[in-house]
Design a binder for this molecule. Sequence first.
Ligand SMILES: C[C@H](O)[C@H](O)CC(=O)C(=O)O
Ligand SMILES: [Mg+2]
Length: 402
Amino acid sequence: MKLPTIKHIRAYSMGGAAAKVHGQGGGDYHDQGKDHWIDDHIATPMSKYEEYKQSRQSFGINVLGTLVVEVEAFDGTTGFAISTAGTVGCFIVEHHLSRFVEGKRVDQIKLIHDQMLNATQYYSGGGGVVINTISCVDLALWDLYGKVVKLPVYKLLGGAVRDEIHFYATGARPDLAQKMGFIGGKMPTHWGPADGDEGIAKDIATLKEMRERVGDNFWLMFDCWMSQDVNYATKLAHAAAPYKLKWLEECFPPQQVESYRQLKQNMPKGMLMTTGEHTGTLEGFKELSEAGVDILQPDVGWCGGVTSLCEIAAVAKSRGQLVVPHGSSVYSHHAVITFTNTPFSEMLMTSPHADYVRPQFDPVLIDEPVPHDGIITAEELDKPGFGVELNRECPLERPFEH
Ligand SMILES: C[C@H](O)[C@H](O)CC(=O)C(=O)O
Ligand SMILES: [Mg+2]
């Protein structure tokens, strides 16, 4: 089969600080409307400032917005993907990354990936919005390749190692997640070091209440979104052990590898330490792996795309660790179903009260699969590329052209 070359790459944004329409969700899943569990007094590194404690949107968690990257081949096939990078990402795609994409054959993904990573070394700082943008281009390229050869991405990656993916749910209501068929529920912590022992007591009270509602065998986890220090995290871990907390997630910012190493030593035996969603380099994941993180949690839209996610999974595998990506819906599903060290996956609940399953990237993707009874089957992924289409009724803007 003679493969076509890539004619054009375009970048669109939706939501974020530069847009007229807010609170839609999409690729920037923190850009939700009012009264959403995801913006209700969640502990963050900004919680030490009283004025930024109640709402993450108050300090700008949703300023970036959604980035949509579309790639078009000379045979007329198009692929696309979404991530979090908005207008900033659009600039990088149109004015910088486009040169590495246009003119290449649709299967030259690893070459394009390497050129994008190396050409942005001087301003990427090893992560953040630049890597989100590169991830989005990488995902769009995998989608295009799959659509050209009419195969799902997971088959291009070597095929499924299991027939179905089982999910835990992240949200404010593990008790409801249990009723929806999920295997566990991960809750945000609402308090942090600035609240001292009282903060620990309040989060433990919620854990205790949830444990009473779900019984002994349902997994419960805490997501700490970089809000803690080693002393606080150690105390929280020990206070949570009687309630069978399965893991403590992302206690510290990604660069604080030493803190993770110390926490692992301090934690009760059997409790897992997890992190990785804000790490953007393979080297960063290697360090976290070496520090003893039990489950690496890259976000496929923020870590370099599927191409990087496969490399990160191999790093984890080399130490007998798991890789369980941070949310990211279809972009994750097609990769994890091919990994032997991903026995389950995450569903991020974007319904305002976490009381029903809403597609994570709603409303931007058409046909985005969601777990039923906590499961998505390999069969449901059997469509070319990532198996989703772009909802062109969304208020997409193209701020730059090349
Ligand atoms: C709930 C967390 O603060 C965050 O919004 C999502 C996350 O970190 C996760 O799903 O993991
Ligand atoms: Mg998390």
